[in-house]
Design a protein. Structure first.
Length: 87
């Protein structure tokens, strides 16, 4: 999920959880994480909470489809893991 602000991200997570509950599904908080990209990427953020009050952790990098996206002032991918696999 992508949102313009931390508070809006909390709203989106809440909406998604309500819809998933209707389908008898839930978000796996242990496999979920948040990352901030933009001018305030290094500012500590409020916790994003799941419906049961469990916080979704904030991370510095996310691996998605083999690409590592890193926390930075602009969208940035790290190719370090890809480079290591060629050596």
């Amino acid at each position: 999920m992508i949102s313009p602000s931390v508070s809006e991200l909390q709203n989106i997570v809440s909406i998604c959880e309500r819809e998933l509950n209707l389908l008898d599904m839930q978000i796996n908080v242990r496999k979920s994480c948040c990352m901030r990209i933009g001018q305030r990427y290094n500012v500590k953020c409020a916790d994003i909470l799941s419906g049961d009050g469990t916080p979704i952790m904030w991370v510095d990098s996310i691996r998605y489809l083999g690409i590592v996206i890193v926390r930075f002032c602009k969208f940035k991918c790290s190719l370090d893991n890809a480079k290591r696999s060629f050596f």
